[in-house]
Design a protein around this ligand. Structure first.
Ligand code: CO
Length: 221
């Protein structure tokens, strides 16, 4: 067995050992923990975050299994032709009836950084092009920022807000919101330099009116 295989075996042995410990710890506190977990889920929050290994949705929120419905992809996108993200949004809002949708970006996002550079990344090009579209939408503001790091941070924030807007554009959101005034949509950024979550205070009510002037699907109750 070569060195890599040994390393992998050690890693996965550790994973299963960790899992056994976790089961024992949870069961010691509540012997019915897993049977209750198996009964079903009723999360109040849909969290859309980046796939970056440092942005662990539950851990940074202190959330437990059953509390948050999670979708992660490169740069926390909710694309208009992304069946994966849209299916998650559809199910979370339409079936689970979450009360909150959170789009959570993070400073230092590799996807956003790549979108700011002139490079051909093959299959990633169309994915990242949508971040370039965000740049184009906010070009005046971004080009006015002289500092490269500040401009990068700001594009991370603006991309999060654009993905919030993409949620508002969906029929499932518009139908749910007309009927129940929920879910609310939130824009957050995780700052891994400090570990802090930053609420961008997305102007949800204001944006909703503005967005619906163009993207109103005429959904009725
Ligand atoms: Co990222």
């Amino acid at each position: 067995m070569n060195f890599m295989a040994d390393r992998e075996r050690t890693f996965f042995d550790k994973v299963f050992e960790n899992n056994r410990k976790w089961v024992a710890e949870k069961s010691a506190v509540d012997p019915a923990y897993f049977s209750k977990l198996a009964e079903g889920q009723n999360p109040e929050v849909l969290f859309v975050g980046c796939s970056d290994s440092r942005v662990s949705a539950e851990e940074l929120m202190g959330a437990h299994p059953g509390e948050v419905f999670v979708h992660r992809n490169i740069s926390n996108m909710v694309g208009s032709t992304d069946l994966n993200a849209l299916s998650v949004v559809e199910y979370a809002i339409g079936a689970l009836q979450v009360k909150h949708v959170v789009i959570c970006g993070h400073y230092g996002c590799g996807g956003v950084k790549a979108a700011m550079q002139a490079q051909d990344l093959g299959l990633l090009n169309p994915w990242l092009r949508r971040i370039r579209d965000v740049y184009r939408l906010h070009r005046a503001e971004l080009d006015a920022i002289a500092d490269d790091h500040e401009r990068y941070d700001r594009l991370v924030e603006l991309n999060v807000e654009e993905q919030c807007i993409n949620v508002i554009k969906t029929a499932v959101f518009q139908k749910a919101y007309l009927k129940t005034r929920a879910p609310a949509v939130h824009a957050w950024v995780f700052d891994m330099r400090t570990g802090r979550l930053v609420d961008l205070h997305f102007d949800f009510a204001g944006k909703l009116g503005e967005i619906r002037q163009i993207y109103d699907l005429g959904t009725s109750l």
